[in-house]
Design a protein around this ligand. Sequence first.
Ligand code: AMP
Ligand code: GLY
Length: 438
Amino acid sequence: MAGRRVLVVGSGGREHALVARLAADPGVDTVLAAPGNPGMAAHGRCHDVAVDDHAALVRLARDEAVDLVVVGPEGPLVAGLVDVLAEAGIAAFGPAAAAARLEGSKAFAKSVMDAAGVPTAAWVAAATREEALAALDRFARPGVPWVVKADGLAAGKGVVVTADRTEAEAAIDAALGGRFGDAGTTLVIEEFLAGPERSLFAVCDGDDAVLLAPAQDHKRALDGDAGPNTGGMGAFSPVAGFALGDAHVDVLRDTVVRPVLRELARRGSPFRGLLFVGLVDTVDGPKVLEYNVRFGDPETQVVLPRLTSGLVDLLWAAATGSAATGDGVASVPVTFADDAAVTVVMASAGYPASSSHGDVIDGVGTADACTGVHVLHAGTARDADGRLVTAGGRVLAVTALGRDVDEARARAYGGVARIRFAGAQHRTDIGRTGHGGT
Ligand code: AMP
Ligand code: GLY
């Protein structure tokens, strides 16, 4: 089919990267976004429909004769948006709710991993304070932190990694005390995995998967991996020692992706969409930290700009059950440039504890005009006077391509230097050689 009409659901940097890439795709006629943001508006029309208003999204897709809906965030996936679209006969890239539980419940994900024989951290589920404290005892090791997780979705705030027993107990009490609502009535307490984190994207069609280029995120707020966890302060791709086409990465498809697809299919909930594998490269080999059921943010901002083949045909093939022809071979061409990409997140004052809205942003156009730079919008809006203002914690993802990570990083930071808003904060060490074990 030539000239598809695609609707991207979401409003962040990941969705801007998807919209920008799809708008440049020869197989795409029109890109729409809901609700979108001012950055996406440069590539296609944005419709003011919230991601949790499933009925309105179905109406929009129908009214606009959309061929394919691409769902960005996990919330609507876990809440069943793709099921509702399927009932309405609308093709969507993203898993149905039953498969999206892989991200919606950490205990479910762990049980699937165990059944599938996937290497992951040892874990226990705890529903009472006694069980949780016994789990802390079980995983107590000198100098090694505890990992306490709320079972359900908690907007990235449900995980505490701490070497301080008092803090670990406080996290247990807060979650069981209702801090995350139903998401925290069960806890997962698990073994700490030491090593650099990698992000692997697998485009899945229910049976098989096509891997995209790996990326690395920087989760902590401050330079040198200090400070609190965030949604991600920047990312880079490729990752040294972790290249697509390496025997190593091909093996990962067979050890951490396909067994999970098989297990979910066996349970009657095949996974179609983007399976994001968060890995830790431990001394005992790669182990799965978590699965997400959607593209990573900000990893997408560095993976998609490197994709030289079409995107919509691949997403369409996955949505309709034919992305791979067996043995992970893509049914449509999937190629990546040797070029590297780096994205640096500029966050608003107070992030990650809070965020500042309405601060006027200057310099985006100047930054965008720099060689290799594309400023992706994450949390922006227009004020009553049409000025670009902050509208979230992560505001912009200043992204650049270069011959290697060093050049891409220098270009991205050149873009960052041209952008100003009150309280702006960013890390200065995104993609730095040697950082995060690369
Ligand atoms: P999650 O919300 O599951 O992505 O976890 C947030 C972050 O906490 C991860 O990106 C890791 O940096 C850290 N983390 C989670 N689980 C573990 C673990 N078992 N060992 C070490 N770090 C972890
Ligand atoms: N960057 C991590 C995530 O998207 O969950």
